[in-house]
Ligand binder design. Structure first.
Ligand SMILES: [Mg+2]
Length: 187
């Protein structure tokens, strides 16, 4: 019998690892930041607002630049496992330029094999992630931002993907540092 588990994924910082690319771009702008400074909730406090905007434009709207992002280690194995047990899963991302997001997933071999028009959704606001997750009956959601997990009030199981171990533990989410670790909670 199929389980009732439904998994939702954030894209950046969970499926895609763009932290090395962020360090590279910020270094070129003259900031001497380290990998541990690259998660959005940290880098946003380091870069000047205009530089943060330029960084985000490069990451999410510049095709050539955005294609420099790598996959998070272990994500393909995890998706293969989820697919093989026929658990429904979705991508719910706040990328505002879906064609570029899709081109990146395509270039990394995830589109259309693991994500495609039937299970990938793009929304604008954090609260819309919750609404979409609720509509899709997501039971387990994985995000790399505490700000997002805080508004996912309709998702019973929330996971903070904290690869660099830069965020504190909290009661309302489970912290994982890798997809291998996440798999232990999902299966
Ligand atoms: Mg993210």
């Amino acid at each position: 019998m199929a389980s009732r588990k439904v998994i939702g994924f954030d894209m950046d910082g969970v499926i895609v690892d763009n932290c090395p690319l962020k360090v590279e771009i910020a270094n070129k702008m003259g900031y001497s930041i380290k990998l541990a400074d690259a998660p959005f909730e940290i880098i946003k406090n380091i870069l000047k607002p205009e530089d943060l905007r330029a960084l985000q434009t490069a990451l999410y709207h510049d095709l050539k630049m955005s294609l420099g992002a790598k996959l998070m280690p272990g994500i393909v194995n995890l998706l293969r496992q989820i697919k093989s047990e026929k658990t429904p899963y979705f991508l719910v991302s706040r990328r505002s330029d879906p064609p570029i997001a899709i081109k990146l997933l395509c270039a990394r071999g995830l589109w259309p094999e693991y994500f495609n028009e039937s299970n990938a959704f793009f929304v604008a606001e954090p609260e819309e992630k919750n609404a979409k997750a609720k509509e899709l009956r997501v039971t387990h959601y994985i995000d790399d931002e505490t700000k997002i997990l805080n508004v996912l009030t309709d998702v019973p199981n929330k996971f903070l993907f904290d690869r660099l171990n830069v965020f504190p533990e909290a009661d309302h989410y489970t912290k994982v540092a890798s997809h291998k670790e996440l798999a232990k909670h999902l299966f």
